[in-house]
Design a binder for this molecule. Sequence first.
Ligand SMILES: [Zn+2]
Length: 251
Amino acid sequence: MRVINCHAHFHGRDEVEEKRALWDSLGYEKICVSFQNEQVLKLAERYPDYIIPFYHLDLDEEGPDAVTAAKERGFRGLKLIGPQKPYSHESYFPIYERAQALGMPALLHTGFLAFRPGRGVRQENLRPIYLVTIASYFPEFRMVGAHLGNQWPMEAVEAMMECENVWYDMSGGTVRNYPTSWFRWLFARVERNQTSQEPKINLDIIGKLVFGSDNPDDTMEFYQSFMAALDIPSEVQAKVYCDNAAEWLGL
Ligand SMILES: [Zn+2]
């Protein structure tokens, strides 16, 4: 299976070299990396077409020109996380508008964000439903939401179903601890009004997922277990592991 890993963070060349054989065995053809911008760019220069650099943009400190500058420097997408205001706040619109105009996709952290006591995080600003609002204003701005929204998975599902330009990864600690029965509950549907029908997994929803590891190498084990448990056809798996990400990246 060809795989594009939409969501990773590395700090240097050693990590890539130590793990390259493992990642090759997992099928990773490309990895979207964000964290410290300078390091990420260096890594991408060393491994062109393998490491895809994402610019960590501070929504509160930077404006649309940062998007243009990032693109000019070789970044291929934006990583957004931890805003002081809700993602859908109008003060961020010029950034989304520029990203849309330049074809820069974005990865947005959604749901619970780990924090250190004393270092404030406005958890309430990270809801997946804000992606729906953004998409309604910027329908060509291609977004991947991270972690299936953690504690807000139903909003994440709604966002994927309602917005062509929104996909979701299932990385992180919350979702990977849920059992198959929970995924069936979240992803299975009946025909309209047929409440007594046996629910069937909705492949249109599954077909809007993307693969993102957020680093742990066993995230692939989780995706494989999920696909097997829900009996997902290989053509839908191909979308999740590779084709959706290619569309998001504009490849
Ligand atoms: Zn991450």
